[in-house]
Design a protein around this ligand. Sequence first.
Ligand code: SF4
Length: 104
Amino acid sequence: MGIDPNFRTSRPVVGDHSGHKVYGPVETPSKLGIHGTIVAVDFDICNADGSCITACPVAVFQWFDTPGHPVSEKKADPVNEQACIFCMACVNVCPVAAIDVKPP
Ligand code: SF4
């Protein structure tokens, strides 16, 4: 199952990270929540495939190390979500449907 498209209303904001919100629950290092609002990555689904990083024309994502996470030990972090041009390339290439993009 991919990222929950209703997370913006169904999950609590539990913090900020690199300029974007983090939606819980978070229990580091095993549960990391969803990072970002405009461009959101479910860190608990992301398997560090990296296709989104390659596909994004405006460099929204950067690797973030997540040692100890059961799915992968690095995640595609939407550090530059404000730059998104809504091409949907990342959504389309993600093999595990971990990304949801929604214009503000
Ligand atoms: S929708 Fe396009 S511009 Fe926005 S983060 Fe994804 S790949 Fe980058």
